[in-house]
Design a protein. Structure first.
Length: 481
């Protein structure tokens, strides 16, 4: 048998013969089998196919740098993140890698061979995606400004103390007017915020344009009904008008306008440290504040009504959806008025702290998103969310406690009321409205019917219940999405 046969290593000879010979790469002619070039071993089968030699890769000296290693290092990020060699081939092609470079520089057959070897050589490492921006990050200074806007209206009571009439009926009329205004505006704010999110400023302005005047009239009627005509009814009317205008400006994000409207009252209250401006000057300053707030609110409603809206006619939440928010406003107002009757300066601290409370609500939502990113089990997330809840609540209570400790007053009642309000607002921020409304109403009813000594205990029990509900509901990952 003769002919030009190519012999694969280890085929057609015995193991002993093959072990004693030099091994050749596949595709090289084996001319040492029987001493005659081109002839196979007599033990080889007579039906071996003719094999086509494969192109050889160029060998480089061991001391030379391998350009393929340099290519793998340069494209390490691309190759590590690739899920298929074709992705690497596309990158190489877009970089302008030519066939001459493939065969001459890298010693490979084609582009796909280069891509496959890079895919095998570079280990997979898929980088984590960049976390999305935190939607709950807000400026603390904006929250401080809102806190000032919440607290400064209390100076109107200091400035107008000489105008307020005494008597149970007069005080009851002022308190009733305030409770109606707080309840109505709390529900109106919820409805307007939902319309703002779904339909833009024009939809929110449409709700405020109708709801704010109606709420103001209801509060004026309540004050007039209980106190009768007189200066107290007039003061209650101004209070109702200011609260309605303040709701409009706060919902539409015009805190600076509201602060500007409060400037006359702030200036008048500051003047009391030096002299008594007299009843006429006090009345004028209060009327200017109310008129400025109403005019600025009306202007903002007109401006917002001209903007483009994405909401269709009738788009918005049902009225019943805002009812628990209104009931919470009623309960919160009642608890605050009862606290003011026992310790007026403490309530001033509470109102001024509302800016810090709002910032901590945003902070908790940010911590909740961070817990979602770093937790691997439901239990781990629940622990992180619970730790964030206690941290934010403790921070708010520390802000409340500092001024009372400086005054030498026991901070217990104020801390209990602050914990109730903050946890209720937290649950409302996550769309849970009825449990905090029911608990706050029960606490207000218990505090009103029981003696003054048990009010801190009632608020403490309500706060504990709200904290437990918050831990249970907000410890689920689905609540933070």
């Amino acid at each position: 048998m003769s002919g030009p046969l190519r012999l694969l290593p280890g085929t057609g000879d015995t193991a002993q013969e093959h072990a004693g010979r030099r091994r050749f790469p596949a595709g090289w002619p084996d001319n040492t089998t029987d001493g005659h070039a081109g002839h196979a071993s007599p033990h080889a089968p007579d039906a071996l196919p003719t094999l086509t030699p494969r192109p050889l890769r160029r060998r480089r000296p061991s001391w030379a740098e391998d350009p393929f290693d340099e290519l793998a290092e340069r494209l390490a990020d691309v190759c590590g993140a690739a899920v298929h060699p074709d992705e690497i081939a596309a990158v190489l092609e877009s970089d302008g890698l030519t066939q001459e470079q493939i065969t001459g520089r890298y010693g490979r057959r084609d582009l796909f061979e280069v891509a496959e070897e890079l895919y095998e050589r570079v280990p997979r490492r898929f980088p984590d995606p960049e976390p999305p921006p935190d939607p709950w990050r807000t400026s603390p200074w904006r929250c401080v400004l809102r806190g000032a806007v919440f607290g400064l209206p209390g100076l109107a009571y200091v400035l107008g103390a000489g105008l307020l009439a005494s008597g149970t009926g007069a005080i009851a009329g002022l308190a009733a007017s305030a409770l109606v205004a707080w309840a109505w505006n709390q529900g109106l704010a919820h409805r307007a915020y939902v319309r703002l999110a779904s339909g833009g400023r024009r939809a929110a302005a449409r709700s405020l344009r109708v709801g704010a005047p109606v709420g103001a009239l209801a509060a004026v009627a309540a004050g007039l009904l209980l106190s009768g005509p007189g200066t107290m009814a007039a003061f209650a009317a101004g209070q109702a008008l200011y609260l309605a205008a303040g709701t409009v400006l706060l919902v539409l994000g015009r805190e600076r306008d509201l602060l500007l409207a409060l400037a006359p009252t702030v200036a008048g209250a500051a003047s009391l440290l030096l002299w008594d401006p007299g009843p006429l000057a006090v009345t004028a300053l209060l009327l200017v504040t109310v008129a400025a707030a109403v005019l600025l609110a009306a202007r903002e409603i007109v401006r917002s009504g001209r903007t483009e809206s994405t909401a269709g006619p009738g788009n918005g939440p049902p009225v019943a959806a805002s009812l628990p928010y209104a009931l919470f406003g009623l309960a919160a107002g009642a608890l605050t008025l009862m606290a003011a009757s026992a310790d007026g300066p403490a309530v001033v601290v509470l109102t001024l702290s509302m800016g810090v409370a709002e910032w901590l609500l945003y902070r908790y939502r940010s911590l909740g998103l961070a817990a979602l990113r770093h937790s691997t089990t439901p239990r781990g997330f629940q622990l992180r969310a619970g730790r964030a809840l206690l941290l934010c609540l403790a921070g708010y209570l520390a802000v409340l406690a500092a001024p009372t400790l400086i005054r030498g007053v026991s901070p217990g009642p104020l801390l209990a009321l602050g914990a109730v309000l903050w946890t209720a607002l937290l649950l409302q921020a996550f769309g849970t409205a009825w449990p905090p409304a029911a608990i706050c109403l029960a606490a207000a009813l218990g505090a009103a019917l029981g003696p003054a000594a048990v009010r801190p205990l009632v608020c403490g029990g309500a706060a504990a219940a709200l904290v437990l509900i918050s831990y249970a509901l907000l410890g689920r990952a689905t609540a933070h999405r």
